[in-house]
Design a protein around this ligand. Structure first.
Ligand code: DC
Length: 239
């Protein structure tokens, strides 16, 4: 096979892992990057949110790990690409709107501390992405789900910028929120996500850090694409 063909084949089925804290701009960049590459975008956070939504509805104790693990085993979570966004179904019900609610958000960062719940989610994520050609974002994608991902990014931004983004998102959704309150919620989730024992959020070995604080999203995606092209063009071992 010619080297160019080989590159093309390789380039069609890469696994791109993106991790980072709340509001860093991961999902916006990941979605656009996937579109540019003709890949599928997988929002792993949405899967944890979906499970949390179901747990809250069932009135489960968020500290009852065995019961939550059982729930994870019993629950069908399906992500479906739909044009520029993704649909998410829990046991056949579209929960795309519900999983973005504040209560679900805070519950999610609690539920996702349980190792056995994570194990179910990780297995599911690996299975969805098995064929490659995916951009997956979350907190443990480059460290645990795909430690051998072809390209890894750690996306971050200053706290005030992240709070400002959340403020604008809330405004666009018709909600009025105080920036200070949003910053506090972000910090609470960051602290939980980074200090939990199971798969804490951290920069994966070999990940490239992108600080999105002062960058428009198009430049974030340009930087990612350039890094991917550099990686696939580099001879084996030359990274
Ligand atoms: O990315 P997000 O805000 O939708 O994620 C919601 C929560 O889910 C986040 O606070 C931590 C958890 N999460 C996780 O533990 N591991 C992932 N791979 C993705 C999300």
């Amino acid at each position: 096979m010619k080297r160019d063909d080989q590159l093309k084949r390789t380039a069609d089925c890469l696994i791109i892992a993106i991790d980072g804290p709340v509001g860093a701009g991961k999902s916006t960049a990941a979605r656009l990057l996937a579109k540019r590459l003709g890949y599928r975008y997988i929002d792993s956070g949405a899967m944890y949110r979906a499970l949390s939504w179901k747990a809250l509805r069932a009135g489960l104790d968020l500290d009852d790990e065995p019961r939550l693990r059982q729930l994870a085993d019993e629950t069908s979570i399906v992500l479906e690409p739909a044009g520029d966004r993704e649909l998410i179904f829990v046991d056949g019900q579209d929960v795309g709107r519900q999983i973005r609610e504040r209560e679900v958000e805070q519950a999610t960062s609690r539920i996702s501390t349980h190792p056995s719940v994570r194990a179910v989610m990780v297995a599911h994520q690996r299975q969805i992405a098995a064929q490659g050609g995916v951009v997956m974002d979350g907190r443990d994608i480059g460290t645990v789900v795909f430690p051998d991902a072809d390209v890894k990014f750690y996306v971050t931004a200053r706290l005030e910028i992240r709070a400002q983004r959340r403020y604008l998102e809330a405004q666009a959704a018709g909600a009025t929120r105080k920036i200070d309150e949003l910053a506090e919620e972000i910090q609470l989730r960051d602290t939980r996500d980074m200090s939990r024992r199971a798969s804490p959020l951290r920069k994966a070995d070999g990940a490239v850090t992108i600080d999105t604080s002062d960058l428009p999203v198009s430049q974030v995606v340009d930087a990612m694409e350039a890094e991917i092209r550099r990686k696939i063009a580099a001879p084996e071992g030359d990274t």
